[in-house]
Design a protein around this ligand. Sequence first.
Ligand code: NAD
Length: 266
Amino acid sequence: MGAVRVDLSGQTAVITGSSSGIGAALAEGLAQNGANIVLNGLGDAGEIEALRARIASEHGVTCLYHPANMLKADDIADLIRFAQQETGRVDILVNNAGIQHVAPVDDFPVEKWDAIIAINLSSVFHASRAVLPVMKAAGRGRIVNIASAHALRASPFKSAYVAAKHGVMGFTKSVALEVAEQNITVNCINPGYVKTPLVENQIADTAKARGITEDEVVRDVMLAAQPTKKFVTYDELTGALLYLVSDDGANVNGNAITVDGGWTAK
Ligand code: NAD
């Protein structure tokens, strides 16, 4: 558990794409600080139920799950409706769901482009659109969009992802201006490379494929762009999130906390 502590008792947080990776870690971090949680995401039903039950019992909070598919606007509206109906409020929305596809643009499958724009960008619009009336009625709210260092910098072969993440940053600024006087903030967290299970599995495979050590894979291949040469940790992202949702974060608006080991300083 990270060092940052905020009292979120009684608040409700909805985290999209929280069945694994960063989203699951952020959900757990919010629960550790007292928030009731609505999980979302794809995956094995048994594993999701185990995560839901563990978060509820370990942290003594209400933890629910809604299976909204981020490709579907109606599902997303229903996720927010469900959270409000079941817990009576939605104080925090973390738009985290995301996918990636890597290919040259003239070879990029059209359906992959459409899915990345829908899940990584349009779902942020649909969820924000649905939650803002709830937050406006409550007189307070926090929307945190998990964008990326790729919201600020490009890499080749990731055109859809980079376009979507730059779009999230622009959307964040625009909505922040709209709701600034209503005690609602809208911000991004821009992670650099995070050691999710997916990344972890690639280390050994890449080492074998390239005939180099696992340390060399991390340093010279994966973290070539990240000056600290260290992966961003879940605790570091959770700390940024807790600050943004706290009362002390009230004047950080339409901006980003970039947790990227110095990548975008270059
Ligand atoms: P992950 O694959 O572990 O998690 C993605 C989550 O999104 C999962 O819960 C998945 O079920 C969910 N999801 C995917 N498609 C969905 C859909 N159609 N409907 C509902 N849920 C869906 O990936 P992660 O690395 O934890 O990424 C989380 C976020 O962080 C993404 O937005 C990603 O772009 C961003 N990010 C990740 C890194 C990194 O290095 N891992 C770096 C910067 C930004």
